[in-house]
Write a protein of this length. Structure first.
Length: 202
């Protein structure tokens, strides 16, 4: 299954990258004005649905671009964000990725995040830890928040919530610095020890 995940996420990445490099795609909005959809999102979503249905016709599939999940009662469910960071994608910024997870009876057993622009691939598997481009990685052992780097994601839901705002202020005052590139790929870097934390309000 791991080999299959790596194969399809790399192929999906190549497809998404072809749209990005041509910069020829339509753009529309979904739930709110900062929630974008491009032809590339749809094409990558369709690729995953076809590839998974061919290999595992009994599995369920949920992608961000499907209105209705496929086989929602199946034991195994694939959960996919075809292009995470669509705003960056549409602006021509090289900060977007593809996210895939496999659940068994509602529990995650395998997940992958792939950045096609840098060919960086994280794969996490239940009981086996996380690999980065095939090499085992681990979180770092930094014991304090001061002088650390992390990921603060500010989504459209309650962006100025008092708890969230105070947490950001306190951590900044302690000497921590945060990035918000509008893609969850940076969160994976906690697993390899490159950053210390990942916090999101949505």
């Amino acid at each position: 299954m791991r080999e299959f995940v790596e194969k399809i996420i790399r192929e999906a990445g190549a497809l998404g990258k072809s749209y990005f490099e041509k910069a020829e795609f339509s753009v529309s909005t979904k739930a709110h004005r900062a929630d974008f959809l491009t032809d590339a999102d749809t094409a990558v979503s369709d690729y995953f649905v076809h590839a998974i249905s061919q290999a595992y016709p009994e599995h369920g599939i949920m992608t961000e671009e499907l209105d209705t999940p496929i086989r929602p009662d199946a034991e195994y469910q694939w959960v996919i964000d075809p292009i995470d960071g669509t705003m960056n994608f549409k602006l021509g910024i090289h900060l977007w990725c593809i996210l895939v997870a496999l659940l068994k009876d509602g529990e995650p057993v395998l997940a992958a995040a792939y950045d096609p622009m840098s060919h960086q691939l994280y794969i996490a598997e239940e009981g086996k830890g996380t690999t980065f481009n095939g090499q085992q990685v681990h979180v770092n052992d930094h014991a304090h928040i001061d002088r650390t780097m992390g990921f603060f994601h500010v989504g459209p839901d309650n962006p100025t919530h008092p708890t969230y705002s105070k947490l950001f202020a306190d951590m900044t005052a302690a000497g921590s610095r945060a990035l918000n590139p509008r893609t969850r790929f940076l969160s994976c870097k906690v697993s390899s020890g490159e950053i210390v934390y990942s916090i999101s309000n949505s």
